[in-house]
Write a protein that binds this ligand. Structure first.
Ligand code: 0O2
Length: 221
C-alpha cells in the first residue's frame, strides 16, 4: 500500500468523524438555546439533562458487520444513522413531545424518521422517542447533510434503559427469563411513576395559576 493512499484514507476518515462531531455540537447548541430561552419566557425548563456522543469507530465497525455493509464511507453514512447521538432527558412525558416539536419545527432540521417507543413500547418494556434527523454542516468547501439520532425520554425511562442496557451486555444479549420479567415489571412501575409525577405537576401548576389569578404570584414548578 502506498503511503500517499494511507494518508488520503486517514484524512477522509478524520473528516468523516468530524462531520458527526459537528452535528452533535450543532444539535447540542440548539438544545441549549431552547433550554435558556424557554426558561426565560416560561420560567420553566422542560429539559433535565442532555448527553451526547459520537459512536466510536469500533462500534461503527460492529454495526457495519451486523448490517452486512461493505466498508464504504458513503454507504456507512447513509445506512448507519446514529453515529451522532444526542439523548435528552425530560421530567414529564408531555415535555418529550414539546421538545421534539420545538426541534423538528426548525427550518434546518429535516425529520427523516420518528420511532415512538412511548406510544408503542418494545416488548421488553423499552420506552423512548427516537428522532432520526438530518442537519446541514457547513464546511470550508462543501455542505454535508449529516444524520443524527435524538433520543428523548423521561428520567424514569432513562433509569430503566440504562439498567437494562447493562444487564443486556452482562448476559451477552440473552437475559434470563426471570430477569426479563422483572425488568418488564420495573418498566410498568417506571411508567406509573411518570404518570403520577405528571399528575402532581399539573395539579401544582393549576394551584399556581389560581394563585396568579388571585394576584398571588409564584414560580411554576
Ligand atoms: P447504543 O450502544 O446505545 O448506541 P439501528 O440498529 O439503529 O439501525 P434499530 O435497532 O431499529 O436500528 O434502532 P432503534 O430501535 O431506534 O434503537 C437504536 C438505539 O435505541 C439503540 O442503539 C439504543 O441506544 C436504544 N435502544 C433501542 N432499544 C433498546 C432497548 O431495548 N433497551 C435499551 N436499553 N436501549 C434500546 P444501539 O446502537 O443498539 O446501542
Amino acid at each position: 500500500i502506498e503511503l500517499k493512499n494511507v494518508m488520503h484514507w486517514k484524512t477522509e476518515m478524520v473528516r468523516f468523524m468530524m462531520a458527526y462531531k459537528f452535528a452533535v455540537e450543532e444539535v447540542s447548541t440548539k438544545i441549549s438555546i431552547l433550554q435558556q430561552e424557554f426558561q426565560h419566557i416560561h420560567d420553566y425548563n422542560p429539559i433535565e439533562h442532555v448527553k451526547s456522543r459520537v459512536k466510536s469507530p469500533e462500534s461503527i465497525f460492529k454495526k457495519v458487520q451486523k448490517k452486512k455493509l461493505p466498508l464504504n464511507l458513503p454507504l456507512i453514512q447513509e445506512n448507519i444513522r446514529d453515529i451522532a447521538g444526542i439523548r435528552i432527558n425530560c421530567s414529564f412525558v408531555t415535555d418529550i413531545y414539546r421538545v421534539a416539536d420545538m426541534l423538528t419545527e426548525q427550518k434546518d432540521i429535516t425529520l427523516i424518521e420518528k420511532k415512538d417507543y412511548i406510544q408503542n413500547p418494545k416488548p421488553n418494556g423499552y420506552k423512548s422517542l427516537h428522532l432520526i434527523v438530518q442537519i446541514p454542516i457547513f464546511m470550508s468547501d462543501r455542505v454535508e447533510n449529516v444524520y443524527a439520532e435524538i433520543q428523548i425520554r423521561t428520567i424514569a425511562m432513562d433509569f430503566w434503559a440504562s439498567l437494562e442496557h447493562k444487564i443486556y451486555y452482562k448476559y451477552n444479549k440473552s437475559i434470563p427469563k426471570a430477569l426479563r420479567d422483572d425488568l418488564r415489571d420495573a418498566a410498568v412501575s417506571a411508567n406509573e411513576l411518570d404518570e403520577r409525577m405528571e399528575r402532581i405537576h399539573k395539579e401544582v401548576n393549576q394551584l399556581k395559576e389560581d394563585d396568579h389569578l388571585n394576584g398571588n404570584e409564584q414560580k411554576p414548578v
